[in-house]
Design a protein around this ligand. Structure first.
Ligand code: SF4
Ligand code: SF4
Length: 383
């Protein structure tokens, strides 16, 4: 790896277009962080601050970020789903729905929780290039040097522990297992392999895939789905719960209360109204139709190309003190993401009264899921 070369990967954006859906404002529920220059502006500009310098900055967040309404509602500047400072909104808001990740290279990802993704409109590649130009070469190179150091240290740790694997091997192995990852038995084998694979350092992708396919299917995937779903909604603070922007653009959050998941409509000012109750154990992974399976597989292929996901698996391996092979950590992360997406899609489909998951059902699950996936802890950094 050449430490002084700026490598940028825009391949995830290729061929995609996007239009912001009027009245959606999902991204205004993510507390926008401010760059140092923006913080100065927000604290000092009377047009933005209405003469009250600190009125808009949250006191509860490390670094500077705009306040939320009612602690867990939308950004302080949102008024009836419209931004009151649209032409002066922070960089964070301008970048959405693109995520910029610095790993061993800069990679741009298209956030599929955005309902405008795929609609005719602005080309995502052009939007990505425009965003890149705003950073400037120097800033990007500084970020890259830092993240390359982190990856170099991680790679050295994997070699010392004899659990190293090349990124192409990880990705090729997951790519070869796509059929397995979209059905229950195959997923169980992959997840069992992740826990007890016995893979040697620098194995080939074929060897990794073969070992995963030959694992005894010991993991109960249905049970794992319920456990992931229960944990997902078991958070005390409403502002940490995942948000689903429904097709009618209502914002929905779900919280575990006792042993039931309570659904709430979330309002801009942070008020909530209950609309549903369901026990997580009542939600089983629904059978996928051919269209649903295709959509599921396409999304897993997107994940498999994301550098931040490789960084996420690296983070997990580091947490486990390098006691697994990197391929096991990676395939375990892909398998868990697949179960999470499958369970969430089934959860939403059940609320709509459906009994199978078709392409639309999986797409709704992805809308609920991708923002959380792009927010998972990882080594490297989101800019
Ligand atoms: S999530 Fe996408 S469609 Fe919704 S407001 Fe943000 S950019 Fe627009
Ligand atoms: S500043 Fe505007 S665009 Fe950004 S989160 Fe707030 S309301 Fe939304």
């Amino acid at each position: 790896m050449d430490d002084d070369r700026l490598e940028v990967d825009l391949s995830e954006l290729e061929g995609l277009t996007y239009t912001c859906v009027d009245g959606c404002a999902l991204c205004c529920l993510c507390q926008p962080e401010l760059l140092p220059d923006e913080e100065k502006l927000f604290r000092g500009d009377p047009m933005l601050s209405d003469g009250l310098a600190d009125k808009h900055i949250s006191p509860d967040v490390a670094g500077a970020a705009i306040k939320l309404q009612g602690a867990h509602g939308a950004c302080h500047f949102l008024r009836q789903r419209r931004c009151a400072i649209y032409t002066r909104r922070p960089h964070y808001c301008r970048a959405f729905p693109i995520s910029v990740y610095a790993g061993w290279r800069i990679q741009m990802n298209a956030n599929q929780s955005c309902r405008g993704m795929g609609l005719p409109g602005e080309g995502m590649t052009e939007a990505g290039k425009a965003l890149l130009a705003q950073y400037g070469q120097g800033e990007l190179m500084d970020e890259l040097r830092g993240s390359r150091e982190v990856f170099a240290e991680f790679s050295s740790n994997t070699r010392d522990a004899k659990v190293a694997q090349s990124v192409p091997s990880l990705r090729d192995a997951a790519g070869a297992l796509m059929d397995d990852l979209t059905e229950e038995l195959g997923l169980s084998r992959v997840l069992t392999y992740a826990e007890s694979g016995g893979t040697r350092q620098n194995s080939s992708a074929q060897d990794i895939a073969r070992r995963a396919r030959n694992a005894e299917p010991e993991v109960d995937v249905q049970e794992l789905g319920v456990s992931i779903g229960t944990e997902l909604f078991d958070l005390p603070d409403l502002s940490y719960l995942p948000v689903y922007v429904a097709e009618d653009l209502t914002w929905k959050i779900f919280k575990l209360v006792g042993d039931v998941v309570v659904g709430f409509v979330l309002h801009e000012d942070g008020r909530t109204e209950e609309f549903s109750r369901i026990a997580p154990s009542e939600v089983t992974l629904m059978p996928l139709t051919a269209g649903g399976r295709k959509a599921f597989e396409e999304y897993l292929r997107v994940i498999n190309r994301r550098d931040c996901f490789v960084g996420h698996a690296a983070h997990l391996l580091d947490l486990e003190d390098y006691s697994f092979n990197y391929a096991q950590a990676y395939l375990g992360a892909v398998g868990n993401a697949a179960v999470d997406l499958w369970w969430r899609s089934s959860f939403l489909a059940r609320q709509r009264g459906e009994v199978t998951l078709d392409q639309h059902g999986v797409k709704e699950g992805i809308i609920f899921f991708d923002m959380d996936l792009l927010d998972q802890p990882t080594i490297g950094a989101f800019l």
